[in-house]
Design a protein around this ligand. Structure first.
Ligand code: NAD
Length: 371
């Protein structure tokens, strides 16, 4: 490694209560950066790190993490440096620091504003790539894999800036949003929907994605991975509300939840929201599923995230003039749930609890009498 590169390497590191391990040799092509150690990201990073280290005994293999939430970094380093005491597992103080070191960067952030901040604003990835490529290594190559669910237009715009970062370096950014939730992230069984202009970049990303998931689908050009993800979540939000209404209707008239769910799940109304994540408590008793509804909607996919994805779906539909009457209604219901302190962090099946609570309300009763 060039002396100047070693200097950049050292400056990028941040002291942590957990000691980083091996130290020593740095090889950009063998360094993986990970930004965003939240509910999904920490599970994905754990799998990526553990499986990479298990498959490769080379001491130069390095894992660098960053998050704005200090405790997440400390927790990650503490757990992983004790599991892999002789390996390079370190933290960087900014996304620019990650970019100066890493040949591959994975990001898992809340949505568009955070992706713009991490990639293109001060101390962001773009700044790190540009300064590294011009001062240290004109041939630097980095692939950024963004797994966030965000506005496809913002993703395409950000990727264009990364691709043009420096005429000497070889930089690319692809969108790779996921489905499978926290359970799939933990088990390493996520599905990645990849938008990448370049087939080569998709192929380069695949070995990394395969350490975090069981399926990667190349959906076409940049932004297409997000279009696929957003279309799926539009349908998921609508189907959840459909199942919610059907379960409310049946149980309000005295049908036991498990009887009604058993009928729906062997009939034409069956879908993931009825069979696996049924929103009515007790509906899946006696089956192999244990939905968040049976734990007061703890865990699962937060209502605030569904609200965000439906808003993205509405904006994306508007761009092409796609009519979405059900989507708009669903988005407005989740906007209310996502802004409600009691429901926002619960699984999105909590719509059932919210509508059930509305049964007792005056305006609902009056509406019923009119009918
Ligand atoms: P989260 O809020 O738990 O995690 C986001 C992480 O990003 C946090 O640790 C936060 O501190 C960090 N962060 C925010 N801004 C940052 C910045 N500027 N720089 C560095 N770090 C920053 O969210 P999550 O549940 O992990 O979801 C991440 C993405 O995955 C979202 O786009 C979500 O829609 C999508 N997703 C979530 C699920 C799920 O079940 N949770 C399922 C599929 C897809």
């Amino acid at each position: 490694m060039l002396p100047s590169a070693r200097l950049a390497f050292r400056h990028t590191l941040r002291r942590s209560t957990a000691s980083s391990s091996a130290g020593g040799v740095h090889d950009r092509s063998k360094t993986i950066g990970f930004i965003g150690l939240g509910a999904m990201g920490k599970e994905m990073a754990n799998n990526l790190l553990t499986k990479t280290m298990a498959a490769n005994s080379d001491a130069a293999v390095t894992f660098v993490v960053h998050d704005t939430f200090e405790q997440s970094i400390t927790r990650f380093l503490t757990a992983n440096t004790s599991l892999h005491p002789k390996r390079n597992i370190i933290a960087a103080s900014s996304p620019a620091g990650i970019a100066k070191l890493s040949g591959t960067i994975v990001t898992m952030l809340p949505s568009s504003p955070q992706v713009e901040q991490v990639y293109t604003q001060e101390n962001g990835i773009l700044e790190g790539l540009e300064s590294y490529a011009s001062s240290n290594d004109p041939q630097a190559s980095t692939l950024c894999i963004d797994c966030t669910t965000l506005d496809p237009a913002v993703a395409v715009e950000t990727a264009a800036k990364i691709k043009n970062a420096n005429s000497h370096g070889v930089f690319d950014m692809i969108d790779a949003p996921v489905s499978g939730g926290v359970v799939g992230a933990n088990a390493g069984t996520l599905s990645f929907m990849v938008g990448s202009d370049s087939t080569e970049s998709f192929q380069r990303a695949e070995p990394y994605l395969s350490l975090m998931g069981s399926r990667s689908i190349h959906c076409g050009k940049n932004g297409n991975g997000l279009i696929a993800k957003i279309a799926n979540n539009l349908l998921l939000g609508i189907s959840m509300l459909g199942v919610t209404e059907a379960m409310l209707l049946g149980t309000a008239h005295g049908l036991p939840p498990s009887v009604l769910a058993g009928i729906i799940n062997t009939s034409t109304g069956k879908c993931w929201s009825s069979e696996v994540n049924n929103p009515c408590p007790g509906a899946l008793e006696g089956t192999k599923y244990s939905p968040p509804a049976d734990r007061d909607y703890e865990g699962g996919f937060a209502a605030r995230l569904m609200a965000k994805d439906l808003k993205l779906a509405m904006n994306t539909a508007k761009l092409e003039g796609v009519p979405t009457p059900l989507g708009q209604l669903t988005a407005s219901i989740y906007e209310a749930l996502g802004g409600n302190d009691e429901y926002m962090n619960k699984d999105f099946a909590v719509a059932f609890k919210a509508l059930q609570a509305a049964v007792g309300r005056e305006e609902f009763r009056q509406g019923r009498e009119k009918v």
